[in-house]
Structure formats: C-alpha cells, structure tokens
Design a protein around this ligand. Structure first.
Ligand code: PLP
Length: 386
C-alpha cells in the first residue's frame, strides 16, 4: 500500500506505540485514584502535557487541556467563549474552515448569531483588510485555521491575532489541527488553539485545546474534576501518553524537509506529465506535505477508485455528494471552476513515504487520467483546450 492520505489520518508511529504499551497492560489505574497506581497514571498525563506544551510553545503546561479529538477542541472553544459573554453575538470566521468550525458557526447562525464569513482569493489566501473591517465591539471571537486541510495553505495567525487584539476585544481561536507537527507554531497572539493526535502519528481519539493563561473557559463536558475541572471524564491515559510521545517525536525528529522534497517531486512530475492538471492553493505558502491538484474534466472519485485498486490511497478535494455533486466549499471559495473542482485530488505525504512511493504514483497516474479523460463527456473541450 502507498499511503498518500496523511491529512486524513496518520499511522501510529512505532515510538508512540511503545510509549503507550505499558498503559494498555499493567499500568491500568484511574489517574484520579489516590493510590500509587493512580498517581503513576497521573504522572504520565502530566509528562504528556509537558511534551505537548513544548511542541507548540505554550508558556505553561497548565495551558494544555486534553480532549477526545480536534472537533471537540474546536466545539468547546467556540461554544464556551460564547457562553462566557452572552451579550456578544457576532462571530468572524472563514469560508474555508474545516466542518468542525464551519458547521458549528452555521448552527450558531441558525440560532441567531451573526457570522461574518471571510473569503479567500484564488490561491486560498485571506485579505487581512477584510478581517480588520469585520471586527466590531460585539465580536465575541474570531476562529481561523492555521493550515487548510484540503490545500495546505497557511494563514498568518500571528498577524491575524495582532489585528484582532488591536481592533476588538474578541478572543482568537485557531484550528491548528493540520499544522501541528508539520510547521512551527507561534502562539504569541493566540488565545485558544486546537490540535488532534491522529494527524501526527498518535492514535485516534485524543486531542487537546491550548487555553492561554487568563482566559476563563467554562467546561463543555460536565462531571468530575478531571483536567483541573475544565474537562470532565476519566482521562484516556494510553491515548494521552501517545499524544505526548507523538509531540516529542515531531519535536526531536522533524522530517519535513525530506517530506517536502518528496511532495515537490510528486507535484512537479504530475504537473509536467499531465496536460489537464493544475495546482490548487498557493504554491509556496503551504504545508510541506500537501498537494491539491485538479484534473480538469475528470471525476475525482473515479481517479480515487482507480488509484485505490492499485493500492494507492488519496482523497478527493471535492466532498462530492452523490445527489447534489457539490464541490468542496474550500475550492468553491477559491473560485476553482466546477469542472476542475470535481476532479481534484489531495495528495498528503508523511513520515513513512519513500521515493519509490512517488515513482510508482508518477508511473501509474498519467495512464489513469488519460483513460478517464477519454471517457469524459467533456473530452472534446479538454482536447480543444490543450
Ligand atoms: N480541523 C481540521 C483542520 C481538520 O483537518 C480536522 C480533521 O480532519 C479537524 C479539525 C477535526 O479533527 P478530529 O478528526 O480530530 O476531530
């Protein structure tokens, strides 16, 4: 299998697996228990908290709260900021957020909140003047991602946080789920920051929310006093230990210049060999592992299935609903034409990809696209264009 879908999820690293192993065996206590086994578990959580804080540059370990996933972290941040300041009914976010933010904001809109949806240009970048103009005295929070999950385009969260701070009293939440472990994190102007274990070689089912010291965030899950009263529920110690170990691995062994070289070779090879291929997203201001390429006039879903038959895993950039055939909101916001958005494929590389993976993909993909283009009802337009 050639796995080029690392933005969807990643394989648990062997180092992470080994760190977790004792906590799936003899170390099984409840970290809230007062006996020595419980205290051992509690110590493991605090160790992991330190590892997460170190990777993202949090000033204090108390700023890290463990959750079950990135979506929980995003939901908690947004819902609780609003609950803490009920008189403020305005929200600023972007049209290209992940569903974990976008759908919460859509729901809030239906509940009567006013949402300003910032657009992006054709390369997926924000206009910071538009952000500045959107901020108001009743803006409760601004939620903007650091790295886009589909295109990998990076938003300048440090500048954004500064603008938010200078022009409003809103809190600034960053969805950092796709960025952690791939690019350096700068929390200087950030109040809240979501991350998720399974995007950086920890297991699925664990995430964290960074809550800047001084920001008071009501609990989202009510119950016991775990996580210093900020998130109830018995801690998932093996997963938390895994997240800590994954953060340590990303901190000590940053593999991203190698991954960037592999990604660039794959991308350049595709764009050179395949006539109807075009890159979606800014060519430079991007995650080092992500390449979103449209194959015009060809269905992305068909490309995915053909690659899958050869053991190559990718994603379609168009969350193509079988009935509506809607293309992805991110690509739509970037004004990617429908015929290109429908044929977009996200290649996302990772720690375990090799040169052979790139060679094999470059060997088989042109043939697949040629075959599908020949079957396309738009084939004549395709030939007319090239
Ligand atoms: N935010 C972004 C940018 C994502 O890419 C994802 C997952 O794909 C999430 C949030 C949700 O994270 P999780 O799968 O841990 O709930």
């Amino acid at each position: 299998m050639i796995y080029l879908d690392n933005n969807a999820t990643t394989r648990v690293a062997p180092e992470v697996f080994e760190a977790m192993r004792p906590y799936l065996g003899e170390l099984f206590g409840n970290p809230s228990s007062a006996h020595s086994l419980g205290r051992t578990m509690k110590q493991a959580i605090e160790n992991a908290r330190e590892q997460v804080a170190t990777l993202i540059g949090a000033a204090d370990t108390s700023e890290i709260v463990f959750t079950s996933c990135g979506s929980e972290s995003d939901n908690w941040a947004i819902r609780s900021v609003l609950a803490a300041q009920p008189s403020k009914r305005h929200i600023v976010t972007t049209l290209v957020e992940h569903e974990a933010v976008r759908n919460v904001c859509r729901l809030l809109e239906s509940e009567g909140y006013e949402v300003t949806w910032l657009g992006v240009d054709e390369q997926g970048e924000l206009d910071l003047d538009e952000l500045r103009a959107a901020l108001r005295p009743d803006t409760a929070f601004v939620s903007i991602m650091l790295a886009n999950n589909e295109t990998g385009v990076l938003f300048p969260v440090n500048d954004i946080g500064r603008i938010v701070g200078e022009n409003s009293e809103a809190l600034f939440h960053v969805d950092g789920v796709q960025a952690v472990g791939k690019v350096p994190i700068d929390l200087e102007n950030v109040d809240l920051f979501a991350l998720s274990g399974h995007k950086l070689h920890a297991p699925q089912g664990v995430g964290a929310l960074y809550v800047r010291k001084g920001v008071s965030l009501p609990s989202y899950i009510i119950g016991g006093a775990q996580e210093h009263g900020r998130r109830a529920g018995t801690s998932a110690v093996p997963n938390i230990v895994g997240l800590g170990a994954a953060c340590k691995l990303a901190h000590d062994d940053d593999d991203h210049s190698r991954i960037r070289n592999l990604r660039d070779r794959l991308e350049n090879g595709i764009l050179k060999q395949i006539r109807n291929a075009r890159l979606n997203g800014h060519p430079a201001n991007r995650l080092p592992n992500t390449s979103n390429i449209s194959f015009e006039y060809v269905e992305g879903q068909n490309i995915l299935l053909h690659l899958d038959q050869l053991g190559i895993c990718v994603s379609t950039g168009s969350a193509c609903h079988s009935t509506t055939h809607e293309s992805s909101p991110t690509l739509r916001a970037m004004n990617v034409p429908y015929t290109a958005a429908q044929g977009s494929i996200r290649f996302s590389l990772g720690r375990y990809n090799t040169d052979e993976d790139v060679d094999t993909t470059l060997n088989v993909l042109p043939g697949i696209i040629e075959k599908l283009a020949a079957m396309s009802p738009y084939d004549q337009e395709l030939h007319a264009k090239t």
